[in-house]
Design a protein around this ligand. Structure first.
Ligand SMILES: Nc1ncnc2c1ncn2[C@@H]1O[C@H](COP(=O)(O)OP(=O)(O)OP(=O)(O)O)[C@@H](O)[C@H]1O
Ligand SMILES: [Mg+2]
Length: 536
């Protein structure tokens, strides 16, 4: 398994390594430096002791006064670390010496040099500085006087070496001191290293703690929990900036997620709405398709009826060319009526199809309903007089104009008047009334009524459907059943409404309304309402 060191471990390792190396290097440097200082100081001390002794030993050595020399040596031996002190003549013969251990007696026998030197020796497990200082003197002769000796330390041209002194300084003390220094350096280094490591661990924790928290929160966010934030004390460094940026990011993410959720909900709602609209449209189309199929079958049937009748009578006429004149005339009259009915039917079907297909031409202009009604009545006036029908016309003095197609409006009024004439009973009363409503949605309403059989309440809505003809209503002229359908299509196309009210065995009133020019159009309502304004 691949071991992946964490950032904290890496940081601790690298900083610890740095601290350890620094501590080792610095402590080694310090120990070396201290050692050099101690050695230097020891040598200088030895040199100064030996030079002093050499200076003081001049007379003792010239006169080989051992007692004097021993006293001088005793003075030097007061120092603890002195191993031996010896005064030798120029032939390296020891004149006086003192050793602090017998092991140095043999060591002193070996003469190395008479010059001023410092040598380090290891002898029988002991280290020693063997410091040699020459003893010199200046010889002068004054006239008539005996010999006088004068001496001085140092090399001059007139100087003469008469021997040398040897001072042995033990290095044991120095080594002890160095060891102590080493120990101190070691413990200080250890302390520094430990403090460094502890500090590094704390630092690593301080750095990695928020990063770990960030990683944890990021994982939660990645799992989809967008409402997660990094909490805790705000730090004023790069990690603090990173935390703040992360929190801003999650805040924006959660806002975006909320918006997306809202969009999704709206989208779902829209899809639902559209689906239900589509379903409704589909239903409507199905219904229309059904209506079309019905219309086609009914239209075919309606077309066949007059044709069959005409064919039957023409065959009868052909079969009996010499038949009774009156009978033949009756047959021809029926055939003529059927032909006219057929022509009407075809015209009505064509009109209806044109309107429904939106192919009818509409010549819109401002029209007064009074004029329209008047024109329509003029067309049937002769018939009314002939039939002895009582017609009452009630129109206001002033009437607002409507915007409509003149010919199509006449077609509506003529259809309704024809129905009134067709279905009027023996009382023979027909009424026409025009009036205007006063409202924001002002309308001009035309009501055409007739006394008669009446339409049963359950049939009131269906009279406007194609080919609807109510049975049991006595009529002389057989219609097509399309008149009211055409009226409805025209009125609704002009923004109006059409409805019927009927009282059985009393009267039937057809109303249609058209919006006054400039008024607000009302939605189309197919049912009647209110009291009949027609007095028949
Ligand atoms: N004034 C009325 N009184 C009683 N019933 C009526 C009246 N007007 C219409 N109807 C009923 O409504 C049916 C449909 O009328 P519609 O005008 O559409 O057809 P129609 O008059 O039979 O034929 P046409 O297409 O020639 O007008 C009529 O057949 C009739 O049964
Ligand atoms: Mg009719």
């Amino acid at each position: 398994m691949l071991i992946r060191p964490t950032l904290g471990v890496k940081l601790i390792l690298s900083v610890s390594l740095l601290v350890i190396s620094m501590a080792v290097v610095l402590s080694s440097f310090f120990v070396c430096k201290q050692k050099a200082i101690i050695e230097n100081e020891l040598r200088n001390r030895g040199l100064s002791l030996s030079k002093n002794l050499a200076y003081n030993s001049e007379y003792g050595l010239l006169f080989e006064n051992k007692e004097m020399l021993n006293k001088l040596i005793q003075g030097v031996l007061k120092n603890d670390d002195i191993a031996f002190v010896a005064v030798c003549d120029q032939n390296s013969k020891i004149i006086a010496s003192i050793v602090n251990s017998t092991l140095w007696i043999d060591f002193l026998k070996g003469v190395r040099t008479t010059h001023s030197t410092i040598n380090q020796y290891s002898y029988k497990g002991k280290s020693v500085y063997d410091i040699i200082a020459p003893v010199s003197t200046i010889r002068r002769v004054n006239k008539g006087e005996s010999l006088i000796f004068d001496s001085q330390i140092g090399q001059t041209k007139s100087q003469e070496n008469i021997g040398f002194v040897r001072v042995g300084i033990l290095l044991e003390n120095k080594e002890k001191t160095v060891k102590t220094i080493q120990m101190i350096a070691f413990f200080i280094s250890l302390l520094v290293i430990m403090v460094g490591i502890v500090w590094t661990v704390l630092l690593a924790r301080r750095i990695t703690q928020p990063i770990k928290q960030l990683v944890r929160v990021t994982a939660r966010v990645a799992e989809g929990d967008l409402c997660r934030f990094v909490n805790g004390k705000i730090r004023h460094d790069e990690i603090g900036d990173l935390t703040a940026a992360f929190n801003t990011m999650t805040e924006k993410l959660s806002e975006s997620a909320k918006q997306i959720e809202e969009y999704l909900q709206t989208l779902e709602q829209k899809v639902e709405d559209r689906t239900s609209e589509l379903k409704e449209a589909n239903e409507r189309l199905k219904k229309q398709d059904e209506l079309k199929s019905n219309f086609l079958s009914v239209a075919a049937h309606e077309l066949r009826t007059p044709l069959t009748s005409m064919r039957a009578f023409s065959e009868l006429l052909l079969e009996d060319p010499d038949g009774d004149v009156n009978t033949r005339n009756d047959f021809l009259k029926i055939m003529k009526e059927e032909a006219e009915r057929l022509a009407r039917l075809i015209n009505d079907i064509l009109d209806l199809s044109k309107i429904e297909a939106g192919k009818a031409t509409w010549h819109m202009k401002d029209i007064s309903m009074i004029e329209v009604v008047q024109t329509a009545i003029n067309g049937i006036k002769g018939y009314i007089v002939q039939q002895g029908i009582f017609l009452s016309v009630d129109v206001p003095e002033h009437l607002s104009v409507v915007t409509a197609d003149h010919d199509k409006l006449i077609q509506v009024v003529v259809n309704l008047l024809n129905n009134a004439l067709k279905f009027v009973n023996h009382e023979g009363r027909i009424g026409v009334k025009i009036y205007e409503t006063v409202a924001a949605a002002a309308e001009v309403i035309t009501a055409i009524s007739n006394t008669g059989h009446g339409i049963p309440p359950e049939k009131l809505a269906s009279v406007f459907e194609r080919f609807c003809q109510i049975e049991n209503i006595p009529t002389e002229v057989k219609g097509t059943g399309l008149g009211l359908t055409i009226c409805k299509e025209i009125v609704e196309h002009l923004g109006g409404r059409i409805w019927v009210e009927s009282e059985i065995d009393k009267k039937t009133t057809f109303f249609f309304s058209l919006p006054v020019k400039g008024a607000i159009s009302l939605p189309v309502v197919n049912e009647g309402g209110g009291e009949s304004p027609c007095s028949v």
